[in-house]
Design a protein around this ligand. Structure first.
Ligand code: FAD
Length: 366
């Protein structure tokens, strides 16, 4: 099949690679489909979900319900469990055949493995860990021929219609970089779970969604690895992304780590069904495991209530929690930056304040 990623005028439609594990959709798919819907409407193009796996056709309509116009199913026994070579081969085959303009992939472990492989094979650009996506509808001036000295008088330009503007934190989160991929297609982007908002499910849209079964071509020669067995980790991981109440602790608990974590648990319980999160300082120190980390390199969360105990409010921490519905911060330094994004700030020692908060909540509840 003829494929040249620089012939950008041949590419159309917005695609979401929809990851499934053991026939279960990942929640990020619905977030990306909802976001992709907005981009497709703005761009005037179709939104297509692509699912790879085995016996997975039943998953298609669910994506339709969140806004996909069409779902492409790639079903093969070799795709039952994720392997880099099988998924890269099949996904690139479909991309080369159908030429999407944009490909969005969830930044899960699998997405982070698959996306760069595909980008390299397709000879296009990839922006990883995006936190915001937008279509640039203003005409963008694109270089098509540039002299080696970058002499603008010797440079030819062409006006290009649209580009996907992919925004992500750069330089340790101190600035947000907006990146475009003007010369090659598809524009590829990975997006972290929890960053985009999942839209409403519509039964009507689910029924209207078109499904295409794509003929997969893959044989033993395409595969370098074989999954013999999948062993699930027995450890219980904290579900920060789905939590409605999160009580996070920071280095401010260092005076008595055990008691600090215990107080956070009690406060989370007092609110009702809350979970404990933490800053990177706490995770790096080994006081909580990595699945508790909130922030740029941890989880992005949007709970109804986020309580920050002894957390200074570094930009990288705020990046993961500032869109929470209600933020309560407790910090003994009244100038701590966490107070800038807090709805309620309490200045003082968390070891004195948290027991009072717990008592007050219990009192109100009784
Ligand atoms: P500190 O900054 O040390 O703050 C402790 C706070 O506790 C202080 O404000 C202090 O006043 C207060 N305090 C102390 N004792 C008490 C007490 N008894 N009662 C009340 N308050 C008290 N950080 C993250 O959290 N998540 C990330 O994902 C993340 N990613 C990063 C990525 C990069 C590339 C980089 C460079 C950094 C990242 N960081 C991240 C680290 C971040 O910059 C901060 O270092 C970190 O968030 C600080 O954690 P902290 O607020 O717990 O600790």
């Amino acid at each position: 099949m003829e494929f040249n990623s620089s012939r950008i005028e041949e590419f159309k439609d917005i695609w979401v690679f929809c990851e499934q594990r053991h026939g279960q959709m990942m929640n990020t798919n619905f977030e990306l489909i909802s976001e992709g819907r907005k981009l497709a409407d703005e761009r005037g193009s179709k939104l297509i979900g692509v699912i790879l796996g085995h016996n997975i056709a039943h998953l298609a309509k669910e994506l339709g319900g969140y806004g996909a116009d069409k779902v492409i199913i790639c079903d093969d026994e070799n795709l039952k469990e994720y392997t880099t070579d099988a998924y890269t081969k099949v996904f690139c085959d479909v991309v080369m055949d159908k030429k999407p303009e944009v490909v969005l992939i969830g930044a899960s472990n699998i997405g982070r493995d698959l996306a760069p492989r595909c980008a390299a094979r397709l000879h296009t650009g990839l922006t990883a860990d995006c936190t915001h996506l937008d279509i640039d509808m203003n005409n963008y001036v694109d270089f098509i021929e540039t002299s080696s000295t970058l002499d603008l008088s010797k440079t030819k330009f062409k006006m290009e219609d649209t580009n996907l503007k992919m925004t992500r934190p750069a330089f340790g989160g101190h600035l947000m970089a907006t990146i475009i991929c003007p010369r090659f297609r598809p524009c590829m982007s990975t997006v972290r779970p929890g960053v985009m908002t999942k839209g409403e499910f519509s039964e009507e849209k689910a029924k209207a969604c078109e499904v295409e079964i794509y003929p997969v071509s893959i044989d033993e020669n395409d595969l370098q690895t074989k999954v013999l067995e999948v062993v699930k980790e027995a450890k219980h991981m904290v579900d920060l992304i789905g939590a409605e109440i999160i009580v996070s602790v920071g280095r401010g608990i260092s005076k008595d780590i055990e008691k600090g974590v215990q107080l956070a648990k009690e406060l989370a319980d007092a609110f009702g069904g809350g979970v404990v999160g933490g800053s990177r300082a706490v995770v790096d120190s080994g006081w909580l495991s990595a699945d508790h980390q909130v922030g740029q390199t941890g989880k992005t969360v949007h709970p109804k209530v986020y309580v920050a105990l002894g957390i200074s409010g570094a930009i990288q921490h705020k990046a993961g929690m500032q869109d929470s519905e209600l933020i309560i911060a407790v910090n003994k330094d009244e100038k701590a930056p966490i107070f800038d994004c807090a709805d309620f700030g309490i200045s003082g020692d968390l070891f004195k304040i948290v027991p009072m908060m717990i008592d007050s909540i219990k009192e109100v509840k009784n």
